[in-house]
Design a protein around this ligand. Structure first.
Ligand SMILES: Cc1ncsc1CCOP(=O)(O)O
Ligand SMILES: C=C1C=NC(C(F)(F)F)=NC1=N
Ligand SMILES: [Mg+2]
Length: 215
């Protein structure tokens, strides 16, 4: 793994997750401005209606990866193992219905592996399968992801910490201004956000506002 657990924990403070169809304007501009605002981690999640495919998707991934590289921001690919390997991403994020994590780990070597979890059982399983960090959610209602599981809120994170899970955790799902503290106070190391940044007219200011709440 390219980061120690402690480095990873710090880096996961404000995790921007995005695809072109989440953005009001050019995704490269959105990412550039989000980085200027202070995001600390990035996931390319090209999914859903009007998502790019094939060579278009690869081209965009490479452009966003270059922007992250220039700024020392880890670049993670969502779901697409082939793409993550082809462009030598820093890691991959997979969900419960995606590839078997043990198979993914064999393919990615020491790259970062993030796994989405919804409860303590899935979290323990993800740890046993070598997850380097967990995405726990949905925290709050969201329309960004069509097939979300039941909204259980930050208390799931409280439960994981009460069960002595010390793995780096980000909360995700419906996180907007005013909701950050509830996720951090529950024990998350950071928050993962899509629309609060990607749907903003001013991603840089949106990021600054979110970071303001984490002080
Ligand atoms: C990818 C994902 N996983 C659980 S909720 C969600 C969508 C988060 O999007 P937003 O931050 O806009 O609610
Ligand atoms: C469904 C997801 C859940 N969590 C995360 C992350 F924030 F990266 F952990 N990303 C996803 N795509
Ligand atoms: Mg998935």
């Amino acid at each position: 793994m390219r980061y120690s657990e402690e480095e990873l924990r710090k880096k996961l403070q404000l995790y921007f997750v995005m695809g072109s169809n989440n953005c009001l304007k050019d995704p490269e501009i959105v990412l550039q401005e989000a980085i200027e605002g202070g995001i600390t981690f990035f996931q390319f999640r090209e999914k859903g209606t009007h998502a790019k495919k094939g060579s278009e998707k690869i081209k965009l991934a490479k452009k966003l990866q270059a922007i992250c590289k220039q700024n020392g921001i880890p670049f993670i690919v969502n779901d697409d193992l082939e793409l993550a390997l082809e462009i030598d991403a820093d890691g991959i994020h997979i969900g419960q219905e995606d590839e078997d994590p043990l198979k993914v780990r064999k393919m990615i070597g020491d790259k970062l592996l993030g796994i989405s979890v919804h409860n303590l059982n899935e979290a323990n399983q993800a740890l046993a399968q070598g997850a380097n960090y967990l995405g726990v959610g949905p925290m709050y209602e969201t329309t960004t992801k069509k097939d979300i599981r039941e909204v259980k809120g930050p208390e799931v994170i409280v439960e994981l910490r009460e069960n002595n899970l010390t793995v780096p955790i980000v909360g995700i799902g419906g996180i907007q201004k005013g909701l950050i503290k509830s996720v951090i106070e529950a024990g998350a190391d950071g928050v993962a956000v899509i629309s609060a940044i990607s749907n903003s007219e001013n991603p840089r200011e949106a990021v600054k506002d979110l970071l303001e709440e984490m002080k």
